[in-house]
Design a protein around this ligand. Structure first.
Ligand code: SIN
Length: 488
């Protein structure tokens, strides 16, 4: 088994066992899941492979801890979350090393991810003491209507590899703030960061059994064990729409509450009156943050005809100047893709666009290994409706089409089952808001390439998901609503 010794040393402490009821355990069978360093293709670590019995034990532990955690005063839960924020920030370097090791993203993005991940704890520490109910008089005058929001109970979570820290904390912080306990399946490709985060949360005072993590190489068996566990009341998932559909069907068997953050196919619109410098740097953020492996990534560019050529040239210059390589090199701005299959998929989409008449203005090819790299690519002359505009690219490719008619452009932008996010650039604020309101997406960046914010509701319309994460809405997703008709 080849191992990347450089990365292991850089990553410092590494937790590779599963966490159940406050105990760190190896796999009973001794089986390990190989975690690859995508920059080299080498095995960077072996993580304990959990079985369905481990998943059941994690749910049992969460169920045992739940009444005590729910009964803990909101102020106490809040202070534990606040300490979790502080401890994660104090371990920024170490966590960023782990993120870059297992996900490949450039060091600066990894450091940014730790700050983003930690912020979910700070935000939800503030929300934990503000879960409000209500009281009103029934219209008949006969009684009072009291509503309250107890925690859901035991929540199962499945988190993705593209943000190994932030996608776990975006779920975990509000769930804990509301008084839930959790059983988590960390991403198979990138479990190391999640395990270390869980270890740090225990240092911050999260009691044993409140957070349980079981990595597995067999997601289907893990899901069956967890969904069928009597104590589990909810599943929170971030991943592809395809997998989300399967999970939704399975959750229907026990009518579990669900929050789903699924795929995107974001339009990025540039009007002729946009500040083109701002639009280009916004496009670089919207397309390339975290090496373009985000569900918020701009997937289709619509540029108004008079500025089309200039925008293409500006974006191609920026994309062509990116330094591709191992994310642990501080000069690298575009890291590897997560695996070889991802590179092949990106290349398939680019080849089909070029065969359909698009031009690779810069890039357009996979980079020979070791590691899993693709050239930052700008495609001009892409036909709206081409396969590359229908699928989530999840890679460093910007397909650009020109438009002249705003209504037709909006119809094309909305011609997708996805509705996670859209971007609009114009200096005419009234037009920008009007167009934003017509784009069928849960989030819009108006003259901004970055929208993600723990204080804002993250989530999609259409097949991009169900529910919201972050903001005040995010915490209520992890609560029930109970109504008491009261007379006195
Ligand atoms: C995602 O890609 O799933 C999340 C992106 C973000 O939070 O910005």
């Amino acid at each position: 088994m080849a191992r990347s010794d450089r990365s292991i040393c850089d990553a410092g402490a590494m937790q590779t066992q599963m966490l159940i009821g406050g105990d760190w355990r190896g796999a009973a069978s001794g089986e390990l899941i190989d975690v690859l360093d995508p920059a080299t293709g080498d095995v960077a670590a072996g993580v304990a492979a959990g079985t369905p019995a481990d998943a059941v034990a994690a749910c049992d532990a969460a169920a045992a801890a739940q009444p005590g955690w729910a009964a803990t005063a909101p102020r106490v839960r809040s202070e534990i979350l606040r300490d979790s924020h502080r401890i994660l920030i104090e371990h920024t370097d170490e966590l960023a090393d782990l993120i870059t090791l297992e996900n490949g993203k450039p060091r600066a993005d990894a450091v940014g991810e730790v700050a983003y991940a930690a912020e979910f704890f700070r935000w939800n520490a503030e929300e934990a003491v503000r879960i409000h109910g209500s009281i009103s008089v029934a219209p008949s005058g006969a009684n009072r209507i009291i509503t309250r929001h107890p925690p859901v109970g035991v929540v199962a979570m499945i988190t993705p590899w593209n943000f190994p820290a932030a996608m776990i904390t975006r779920k975990l912080a509000p769930a804990l703030a509301a008084g839930n306990t959790v059983a988590i399946k960390p991403p198979r490709e990138a479990p190391l960061t999640s395990l270390r985060v869980a270890e740090l949360l225990a240092e911050a005072g999260v009691p044993p059994g409140v957070v349980n993590l079981v990595p597995t190489a067999n997601s289907g068996a893990w899901l069956d064990a967890v969904v069928d566990h009597r104590a589990v009341r909810m599943l929170s998932f971030t991943g592809s729409t395809e997998v989300g559909r399967v999970l939704l069907k399975r959750c229907a068997d026990r009518v579990l509450k669900v929050v789903m953050e699924l795929g995107g196919n974001a339009p990025f619109v540039v009007f002729a009156d946009a500040d083109l410098e701002a639009a280009t740097s916004g496009a670089m953020v919207a397309k390339m943050r975290h090496s373009a492996e985000t569900c918020t990534a701009a997937n289709r560019f619509f540029v108004e005809a008079p500025v089309h050529d200039e925008f293409v040239e500006r974006l191609a210059t920026e994309m062509g100047a990116m330094k591709v390589g191992n994310g642990s090199d501080p000069d690298v701005t575009c890291g590897p893709m997560i695996n070889g299959a991802s590179v092949q998929n990106i290349d398939r989409l680019v080849r089909s666009a070029v065969d359909g008449g698009a031009t690779a203005v810069t890039g357009g090819a996979a980079i020979d290994g070791p590691g899993f790299f693709y050239e930052p690519t700008v495609l001009g002359g892409v036909e709206p409706g081409a396969p590359i505009t229908r699928e989530e690219i999840f890679g460093p490719v910007a397909p650009i089409s020109s438009f002249t008619d705003t209504d037709a452009m909006i119809a094309a932008a909305n011609d997708t089952e996805m509705g996670l996010i859209g971007y609009v650039y114009t200096q005419d604020l009234a037009k920008g808001l009007a167009v934003s309101e017509r784009i069928e997406a849960g989030m819009i960046g108006l003259n901004r390439g970055a929208v993600s914010d723990p204080a804002a509701p993250f989530g999609g319309m259409k097949q991009s998901g169900l529910g919201r994460e972050g903001a005040s809405e995010g915490i209520y997703e992890f609560c029930e609503t109970q109504y008491i008709a009261a007379e006195w």
